[in-house]
Design a binder for this molecule. Structure first.
Ligand code: CP3
Length: 353
């Protein structure tokens, strides 16, 4: 079935569009009261992810309120380590935690291979269900964490302020670290391809913690593995290209290298000026981003002004998907999201004539 609104896919391929497409990282989530109600119904966040009907419901909620140009699968990047036996749980207000943590070489050597169909079938069921319910209205984005970002959580046992454990592991046991990243890259490739087969029309790799690395370790321990994944992804579905997006938070320093990784688009956080980013990547790929999520705390006028500045900085022409520079914060007033989305569509038309 032809998509009614395919501006998001077109922009990722640097094709002409009428207005700049927009979606938002964490667009389904705690800032929405209807999300909190469905999560309550599920019991907790993990059960919500594991119940396809409810995960589908929350993925669609933001599209009922706002004119987003894409939907994103509702799940979490930590489903992979969970499926590999690490025992994911969430402490209220404390973020993700693992029962089993990777500490020594044996833990990596014994890490089981991921069986996507058996262990993450619920994610593929959610993908098919969302795709069916979208009924061709907008495309569906699948996603995964990057090998490095997943390794951070698996070695730290949860979030971290200084990433001491994962860096200690990397600097003391680089070969074992590479083995872990290799295992994760294989799992992620299978997982993303399974999402594509189930109906995802674009995929994003979240490299949330790539930006804590030195330049050489970013290339060796993060980017290389994302490149491998991208080169092994299904490249076409439903007779159109299947674009990939790489989002390395704090990765502005390495923009050219990320742009040349084989990805179709680079996700930008708010620290980089998007017009400069565009000059640096040239025609090699499109750009996604990059408004500071906390601008949504500002007045309607401030939000419109900031949207306008980013559009002006990018300038005329194709290859821009509007987004926040990271996920929306739970405390944001949902009305502000309409102001944001509508501003992108209204103010961008003149850059696409
Ligand atoms: O964007 C979307 O709407 C899709 C859903 C999505 C979630 N997590 C839902 C979620 C996506 C794409 C993610 C990815 C994810 N998960 C990342 C990468 C993106 C990023 O933010 O950089 C990371 C690092 C995680 C790991 C994780 N999961 C964290 C750090 C947390 C937050 C814990 C907290 O209490 O703030 C989660 C939980 C999570 N994932 C929530 C949602 C909606 C909140 C859970 C809740 O309902 O309480």
């Amino acid at each position: 079935m032809a998509l009614k609104n395919d501006r998001f896919l077109k922009a990722l391929m640097r094709e002409p569009v009428d207005v700049t497409p927009v979606w938002m990282m964490r667009q389904a989530g705690r800032y929405l009261p209807e999300y909190r109600a469905t999560r309550k119904q599920a019991g907790n966040f993990l059960k919500l992810c594991q119940t396809p009907e409810l995960a589908c419901e929350v993925a669609l909620q933001p599209l009922q309120r706002y004119e987003f140009d894409a939907a994103i699968l509702f799940s979490d990047i930590l489903t992979i380590p969970d499926a590999m036996g690490q025992g994911l749980y969430f402490e209220e207000g404390e973020g993700p935690r693992f029962q089993k943590v990777i500490r020594i070489a044996k833990d990596v050597e014994q890490l089981p291979a991921l069986n996507v169909t058996a262990d993450l079938g619920y994610v593929m069921d959610t993908v098919s269900l969302i795709r069916r319910e979208l009924n061709g209205s907008v495309p569906l984005i699948g996603f995964s964490g990057s090998p490095w970002t997943l390794a951070c959580y698996m070695i730290e046992g949860g979030g971290s302020k200084d990433f001491r454990k994962v860096k200690e592991f990397m600097y003391n046991n680089p070969e074992v670290m590479h083995l872990l990243l290799e295992k994760l890259a294989i799992a992620i490739t299978d997982y993303l391809n399974a999402q594509i087969r189930a109906g995802a029309q674009a995929v994003q790799i979240f490299d949330t913690w790539g930006g804590i690395l030195t330049t050489s370790s970013y290339f060796d321990f993060s980017l290389t593995y994302m490149k491998n994944i991208i080169s092994n992804l299904i490249k076409e579905a439903d007779g159109r290209p299947l674009p990939a997006i790489v989002f390395t938070k704090n990765g502005g320093l390495w923009l050219e290298a990320i742009a040349n990784s084989g990805t179709n688009a680079v996700g930008l956080d708010w620290t980089i000026e998007i017009g400069d980013a565009r000059k640096r990547v040239g025609k090699s790929c499109s750009l996604q981003g990059n408004m500071d999520p906390f601008i949504l705390c500002g007045s309607d006028g401030t939000i419109r002004d900031e949207v306008g500045k980013i559009l002006e900085s990018f300038g005329n022409g194709n290859g821009h998907v509007f987004n926040l520079g990271h996920g929306i914060s739970p405390g944001i007033n949902p009305d502000k999201v309409s102001v944001f989305v509508d501003a992108v569509h209204e103010l961008s038309a003149r850059y696409h004539s």
